[in-house]
Structures are given as structure tokens and as C-alpha cells.
Design a protein around this ligand. Structure first.
Ligand SMILES: [Zn+2]
Length: 113
């Protein structure tokens, strides 16, 4: 389950950044192409953070829709639930991904002390 290893990386980064201060909410931006199941990620977080300094903190996910840009006609297309790498305007397969591969921690809310 790769959500578990993702949570491990988040915990590592957040622990370093919080530097011992209690953390309330961690905002994470996840692109659609990362194939992350949000519910699974949130569940794994409770497992990974249990009995650590991050116990009780929660993940707030922001999902980014995948979007491709066509090299043939310059058209932008949003990908649906089943990502198919074809231009929505001219059906060209010569496309590049411009959004949807994000995975980053955008903000950290510290708990009131
Ligand atoms: Zn096109």
C-alpha cells in the first residue's frame, strides 16, 4: 500500500518542520495522477502518527485534477476519472501533463499551546 509510505514521508517532513511544536492540521496537495485514495491516506495517517509527536494531528487533502496540454493544437483538457492521455480537442496523443502530478505539503497549522 503506497499510501503508507507516503504518510511516512509526510511524518518525516512535518516532524522536522514542526521542530517539537504540537501540530494540528497538515495541508497536503495531491494530484490525481498520484493514484492516492484520499480515505486510505487519511486512515494511514492515523496509523503512522499514533504514539508519535504527531498523534492527534490530521491531514487536510486538496485534490488537483489532472490536466494535459496538447503539443499539436495547444488545447488544454481536463482528464476525467479514467486518465486517458489524448487531447480533448483534436484527439492527438502528443500531450504533456501540466497538472495532476503534485504532491506537496502546502501548510502546517500548529496547535495552540
Ligand atoms: Zn489537440
Amino acid at each position: 500500500m503506497h499510501e503508507l509510505s507516503i504518510c511516512g514521508s509526510i511524518a518525516e517532513i512535518v516532524t522536522r518542520r514542526a521542530n517539537g511544536r504540537p501540530v494540528d492540521t497538515i495541508h497536503v496537495r495531491v494530484g490525481q495522477l498520484r493514484q492516492v485514495v484520499p480515505d486510505t491516506l487519511v486512515y494511514c495517517w492515523t496509523v503512522v502518527s499514533a504514539d508519535t509527536a504527531l498523534d492527534g494531528s490530521r491531514l487536510e487533502l486538496e485534490n488537483i485534477k489532472a490536466r494535459i496540454k496538447c503539443r499539436t493544437c495547444d488545447g488544454l483538457s481536463d482528464l476525467g476519472d479514467y486518465p486517458i492521455m489524448l487531447c480533448g480537442t483534436c484527439d492527438s496523443a502528443d500531450v504533456e501533463v501540466v497538472a495532476g502530478e503534485e504532491f506537496l505539503i502546502t501548510a502546517l497549522e500548529l496547535a495552540e499551546v
